[in-house]
Design a protein around this ligand. Structure first.
Ligand SMILES: [Cu+2]
Length: 242
């Protein structure tokens, strides 16, 4: 009876500890911009594996110490024998607890992925053609830029991407977005620039040739007014030159 209680108490401690880890910082279910969600999920994974790792290390250290061989002691241990139910419980409960945590994290990842694939209707849609070794952006009014993605703050930006030669990968680390662009196929990504006056690095994240490491650009975030002025001037200039 006493032994069963001990097992029960130990299992309860594990369940409570893991539930605490799972509940830590559980976020808002309605995510508009997935970028902070990815950061949140990353922190959660780090906290979870740290807590679970420490828990396992402590338990292992305890068992090593508790069941060590002592000089003059018996060569075959005389530890408590588990009942069938306790043995099964010790397998099932921890597996359930840790797998539940894995599924919880995976489910959060799927939710974020869905919001990343679901582009807001009110957006600025820009065509991107990548090539060795530049990023070429074309705006709805014909404005064209190379290696400079000029965007207004506060508006979701959708890039429809393709490539004129080989496989590239448009990566904007600050916005947590990264997507292949390739010939004969249109892929997309979207992000939400928030702060005007900021610049963000764009880099190619798929090895595409000898100059791959030079294939960098910038996202330049302007205020909506600054952007409008630039956009209208660039659109007109594009029309005049054509
Ligand atoms: Cu590239």
């Amino acid at each position: 009876m006493n032994r069963a209680l001990k097992h029960c108490a130990a299992a309860t401690v594990m369940v409570v500890a893991s539930a605490g880890v799972m509940a830590a910082g559980y976020g808002d279910a309605r995510i508009v911009d997935p970028a902070p969600g990815w950061d949140h999920l990353w922190r959660e994974v780090i906290i979870d594996i740290t807590v679970i790792g420490i828990l396992f290390a402590l338990m292992t250290a305890y068992f090593i110490w508790r069941y060590r061989r002592v000089p003059g002691g018996p060569t075959v241990g005389s530890g408590p024998t588990l009942s069938t139910a306790a043995a099964i419980g010790w397998v099932i409960i921890p597996v359930f607890v840790f797998m539940a945590d894995d599924f919880f994290i995976a489910a959060n990842g799927w939710v974020l992925w869905n919001s990343y694939r679901d582009v807001p209707a009110d957006r600025l849609e820009i065509q991107l053609e990548s090539g060795m070794y530049s990023w070429d952006y074309t705006y709805p009014n014909g404005a064209h830029t190379q290696n400079q993605l000029i965007v207004p703050a506060g508006k979701p930006i959708l890039l429809r991407m393709t490539s004129r030669d080989t496989l590239h990968n448009h990566f904007i680390p600050d916005f947590r977005v990264k997507e292949d662009s390739m010939p004969g196929r249109v892929t997309y990504l979207w992000f939400l620039p928030k702060e005007a006056g900021k610049e963000h690095i764009v880099t190619c994240a798929a090895y595409c040739g000898v100059m791959h490491s030079y294939m960098a650009g910038r996202v330049i975030v302007k205020t909506p007014e600054e952007f409008k002025a630039w956009y209208e001037a660039s659109g007109t200039a594009a029309k005049k030159s054509s």
